[in-house]
Design a protein around this ligand. Structure first.
Ligand SMILES: C[S@@+](CC[C@H](N)C(=O)[O-])C[C@H]1O[C@@H](n2cnc3c(N)ncnc32)[C@H](O)[C@@H]1O
Length: 440
């Protein structure tokens, strides 16, 4: 089997006459992206913060001709699964890079003529290298550490050629060149921080183009350019306001929000933001990207430090007796710790924003519709924040029924207290589920 092929048994998009089959995977893998490369389309672009297509498929089992909503669409895993199972899908993604990736994966697969045009532009582009001095100083310095000089010039040539060929707005072309960029980087591209220090093998641009076009060509031919592909609509905006979705129009929600103290989604995409010219400096990354996302890391506090009490006002009263002592303890730790991390300032913004998203989710769901959320707890300076349980209690208070929280996998023991203080379990990723109440 050639490297671009996915075996029929693993293929989650066999054709549209027959629904795809999703194999059983272990519970530990459900919140991870480790099975994504087994599946057509999912493998075009996925990242470490994604969940398994199998997790989404599980939640769609009883759905017939339904509508799925994902308020934090990322690379589009849940939307692609919904479409492949014959359901309509709607998503929200506030990040300008991920929204284009998810759109490329959810539009009807590209026909051969379009793929050929993209391929020709990319191949011509690497023959017409462009000086990195066309980038901003910050972008040039950062990208200069990730690529061999010649490689970066070739990739920039490919970017310009796509634009000149009128394909600057083509999301499939954008996805393909983004993957090529990933493969040609000398630094780890596992999506955490593309730090120049974490070396990896870099492809040459020509090889990378052949590989990624090969995958998209193979999968697109397999799926067929199909009128039957159910629609997926992806909104480039924050899910704190989902007014573009009609009230009581969604059957199932499958999603995973940013976790507290986990990935900074702006930072993790710095290579692509600079490469595409979406941002030219750290400040622009904060203003144009970070500020649009749920506040989950201390790098995202710009504009939130002075409105802590406003955020606190947006949180259910019942949750404040849990959150207030955590915020006070973190503020105390900040005073004595050398790092002086402002963890205390993350808690109110995060839960206020998540409360707004949960309210919107409740509004969008039909009566009896279900919400499935993959989310993790956090530990700052050894102080535990049980995010899944807190979100569960907010949902119960809002009137969601059948609220359940199941641990899917362990994520380490960074906060476990010593025996004297009582030793709870370590950090984990959880499946939080609930039903919107039925009308009586
Ligand atoms: C955990 S990832 C979701 C990954 C997705 N399940 C997948 O498999 O690709 C969370 C996503 O939420 C996005 N995000 C953060 N804040 C948002 C907001 N307020 N509205 C919409 N999307 C947001 C981030 O950019 C990120 O792509």
């Amino acid at each position: 089997m050639k490297s671009t092929e996915v075996s029929a048994a693993q293929m989650s998009f066999p054709d549209f006459a027959e629904r795809p089959r999703f194999a059983e995977v272990s519970r530990e893998r459900l919140p991870t992206n480790t099975t994504a490369n087994r599946h057509a389309v999912h493998r075009w672009f996925n990242f470490i913060a994604g969940f398994a297509p199998e997790f989404v498929a599980q939640q769609c089992q009883t759905l017939v001709d339904g509508v799925l909503l994902d308020p934090f669409a990322g690379c589009g895993t849940s939307l692609v699964v919904a479409q492949s199972l014959g359901h309509r899908a709607v998503g929200f993604e506030a990040h300008p890079f991920f929204v284009r990736i998810a759109r490329a994966k959810t539009e009807p697969p590209p026909q051969e003529s379009r793929l050929r045009a993209i391929e020709a532009a990319l191949l011509n582009g690497i023959q017409a290298p462009e000086q990195a001095s066309s980038l901003t100083k910050s972008a040039e310095a950062f990208l200069g550490k990730l690529f061999e000089e010649r490689t970066l010039q070739q990739l920039l040539g490919a970017r310009s050629t796509l634009e000149k060929a009128g394909m600057g707005a083509d999301d499939v072309a954008f996805l393909l060149l983004s993957r090529v960029v990933d493969r040609c980087s000398k630094a780890q591209t596992d999506g955490i921080y593309k730090a120049p220090t974490s070396a990896k093998k870099a492809d040459l641009p020509l090889d990378a183009i052949h590989t990624v076009i090969g995958e998209v060509r193979h999968d697109s031919a397999l799926i067929g350019w199909s009128e039957k592909l159910p629609a997926a609509v992806l909104h480039h905006s924050s899910s704190e306001d989902m007014s573009a979705v009609e009230t009581a129009s969604v059957d199932v929600i499958v999603t995973s929000p940013p976790y507290l103290n986990n990935f900074d989604f702006a930072e993790m995409t710095r290579m692509h933001l600079y490469f595409w010219g979406i941002c030219g400096s750290w400040r622009e990354i904060t203003n144009a990207v970070r500020s649009k996302l749920v506040v989950n890391t201390t790098t995202a506090l710009t504009g939130h430090r002075d409105i802590q009490s406003q955020h606190r006002d947006g949180i259910a009263d019942s949750l404040l007796p849990d959150l207030d002592p955590i915020v006070a303890a973190l503020a105390q730790e900040r005073r004595v710790r050398t790092g002086k991390k402002e963890y205390d300032l993350l808690v109110y913004p995060y839960f206020a924003q998540m409360t707004r998203v949960l309210l919107e989710m409740q509004r969008c769901l039909v009566n009896g519709g279900a919400a499935h959320i993959v989310v993790a707890d956090a530990a700052f300076y050894g102080i535990h924040v049980s995010t899944p349980q807190f979100l569960a209690s907010v949902m119960s208070e809002m009137g969601f029924q059948d609220v359940r929280c199941i641990k899917l996998r362990d994520r380490g023991h960074r906060w476990v207290l010593n025996k004297r203080e009582g030793s709870p379990t370590g950090l984990g990723e959880y499946h939080l589920s609930a039903k919107r109440e039925r009308a009586s």
